[in-house]
Write a protein that binds this ligand. Sequence first.
Ligand code: FRU
Length: 520
Amino acid sequence: MMRYLPFFLFVLLVGCKETTTTDNTNAQQFTSNYDEPYRLQYHFSPPAKWMNDPNGLVYNDGVYHLFYQYYPEDIVWGPMHWGHATSKDLVHWENKPIALYPDENGLIFSGSAVVDKDNTSGFGEDGVAPLVAIFTYHLMEGEKAGRTDFQTQGIAYSLDNGDTWTKYEGNPVIGNEGIKDFRDPKVFWDKDTKQWVMILVAGDHAKFYKSPNLKDWKLMSEFGKDQGAHGGVWECPDLFPLDHPDPDHYAKKWVLLISMNPGAPNGGSGTQYFIGDWDGEKFTTDQKEPLWLDYGMDNYAGVTYNNEPYGERIFIGWMSNWNYARNTPTEAWRSSMTLPRTLKLKRFNEGVRLTNYPYDKVDTLVYDREPVYYTEGPGQVYFDSVNLNQHRIQFKTSAKTDTYFILSNNLREEIEIGFFPEAGKMTFDRSQSGKVDFEPSFGAQRQEQPFNPDGDDIYVTAYIDASSIEIFVDWGRYVFTNQIFPNEPFDEVQVVPADEAALRWFRIDAIPSIWNKPTN
Ligand code: FRU
């Protein structure tokens, strides 16, 4: 929590007004043409100012909600609100007024949202099922006073599908008996036990609570003190079932996501996962080693949608890292979300793993458009005639041959991605990628991940959007998500396999902006 302290002075000065705002006037309307340098064109980023974690991901009545940690006054972290955007397809987004403001119980930290279909909370009226948000209150004054009980859990509800919110007068619904890091409630309806379940993180472990009505909560169990990675504080948990990857296994497996900062494999913030079982009361796993959702440095605090209508498990993460989140070279706004990604369990030679790959509808952006470039192997690729700011690049090549994939520009700035099957690793180097020195860890180190593909070929998909690149190998088995800040857009791409016979095909597609702009 030390990282929040620098803002305390600010809160002391103006915070009285901030933390006592209880109305939902939603006076704050932002407009933006999304034209600033480094502004992403097909990812969600806030119209202005600071954003961190995705919050309250829930589908209701034709609408996907994306709430987010938001500070509307500055481009660095400050007193947290819940910003709000909605989408009908998870691809195009509409900015909405701020949903939740700080109040006398504290700032509004991360949390989740549910559709209370049976009106268990009693918040519903006239047959309208309430949308209920469950979040952490963070009382800055308590933190500054050196207390350990400044994080509690609160709820609020909406009867107009998220446009206006009312805080529950009985807040907080879970108090704090002295756990310094006690936050980020993820709530879901457990249809087997017919009750609400909440996962909270408490520093180095997760706690599981149950409730009949979202107001009264009872602790059921704990997980993780001796399991998984513990290089930092556990944050933003999630728990959900996925289809078993093996044929004839009808029982689902359960996945527990835990974000952790610091201590990620390539530095700073990252998300580990556990594959196991949930019996309605406790989570168990026989997993011995930590597993990581993404080995890039910019995918943090990601969680999944509640109430998703098509039986998919869709994830969105914050595309930044607490190491340097407040130093990145943008001015009007700061940071964006990852593409929405579908999570699946798949079996590989080394065991069952969680894959994450862009949600199908993302590719509807490129349907009916000619590829910018297509070539078939064998050989190497060198293509340099197009600004690659907003593109999808795909290729298929041998899984047995070392290969470099390089994006560069005339300033000799570049990112270099390496596939090294013999050495069993994949690398990502952004040390020469343009603006890197705003914080030492941004470009310092060549990122690595284990790489042991099962098949004869690998299939690589990279999405580049102004200041981000998301790379997926074999439909999300190996993933690197990273921010980049070149001084000029990259306009050269190379794929260089050690054995030229390795390349099967290569393709580039342009991706139009989602922010109501003419197609590029
Ligand atoms: C994760 C996090 C959460 C917290 C929020 C505060 O990035 O630290 O644990 O609720 O950000 O903005």
